[in-house]
Design a protein around this ligand. Structure first.
Ligand SMILES: [Fe+2]
Ligand SMILES: [Fe+2]
Length: 311
């Protein structure tokens, strides 16, 4: 596939928008990640168009917003602000739109985000808090900016994270204290979380698992641990992810990240777990398991890239 091939682009856009409603979700996911991989102006326009049109799947729409943030698309800002402002929009979509505004890191959007710091939707309020801190951080003095750029290079996963990793605390014990301290602000706890991800040892995974299962303060915080477990793909995270997915009292955004992380870990015993949630009551959980099973199939295939659409 080449970036300049319009038939490929329009094919991908068709799959993404899926006017027929008949294209399986996992194919739409793969089309989305193909377009994200291309990252051209045209690819971004297709993602914006699909985000505007999507009204069926909360899961897919949140992933569209996520990709716009990761691509740091300035063209998407008006749409992302509209999604945040709409109280009838899906929670996960509003959250992902606010996180995307943080990833784009334009100072002009700080005031807008400030309106949602006390929003009744706690996931949104927490995301806006982190996004404002992120924008402040990205626009701060030269020295900090330089060390920030260095840290970006150290993230081997290539994601734009909502916070930088904590670089002052060095031992797992210190990071654990910060991560589990529920009276500390989310910015500091997230920094500890990302440093633990970057350390990535068995011990770091154990600490992150404890936080996923014991935190009582923020679904957003717990969902982010699920997300980084998907990046880490560490087998020791499986029991905690399985427990989070099984907890029907847990917020759907947390269970969703747990399901997708299990899909990317892709050990054999994971199929049964994921298949058992294909009839879950929550749409985002059923759909996450469909996508996660496709990720599992990809991990266990000889496909080089996930973003190749299977026939
Ligand atoms: Fe998220
Ligand atoms: Fe997600």
């Amino acid at each position: 596939m080449t970036a300049g091939n319009p038939s490929t682009l329009s094919e991908l856009e068709k799959i993404l928008i899926d006017e027929t409603g008949a294209i399986p979700l996992y194919k739409r996911y793969r089309a989305l990640f193909s377009l994200k991989g291309l990252g051209t102006k045209e690819a971004i326009q297709s993602i914006i168009k699909a985000t505007e049109k999507e009204n069926r799947s909360e899961l897919f729409k949140h992933e569209l917003a996520y990709c716009l943030g990761q691509l740091q698309s300035k063209e998407a800002v008006p749409l992302l602000l509209k999604l945040i402002a709409d109280p009838n929009e899906f929670v996960m979509v509003r959250h992902e739109a606010a996180e995307a505004i943080g990833a784009i890191s334009d100072k002009d959007n700080m005031q807008f985000l400030g309106q949602y710091l006390k929003d009744p939707c706690q996931e949104l309020a927490d995301t806006c808090f982190l996004a404002i801190k992120k924008i402040e951080y990205e626009n701060s003095s030269q020295d900090i900016k330089e060390s920030n750029d260095k840290q970006k290079h150290q993230n081997i996963y290539g994601s734009i994270d909502p916070t930088p990793p904590e670089m002052e605390a060095n031992s797992i014990e210190e990071l654990e204290k910060k991560l589990l301290n529920e009276s500390l602000c989310l910015w500091d706890r997230y920094k500890a979380m990302f440093r633990l991800r970057d350390i990535g040892t068995d011990e770091a995974v154990r600490v992150l698992s404890t936080a996923l299962l014991t935190d009582k303060t923020s679904a957003l915080f717990r969902h982010e641990i699920g997300f980084i477990f998907g990046e880490l793909q560490h087998p020791l995270s499986v029991p905690a992810l399985q427990q989070a997915l099984a907890d029907t009292q847990e917020a759907p955004m947390v269970r969703h990240e747990a399901a997708e992380a299990l899909g990317s870990i892709a050990s054999v015993d994971i199929i049964d777990i994921l298949e058992s949630y294909l009839q879950d009551e929550a749409d985002v959980i059923r759909e996450s398991c469909v996508v996660a099973l496709d990720m599992y199939n990809h991990q266990n295939s000889d496909e080089f890239q996930y973003a190749i659409i299977p026939q």
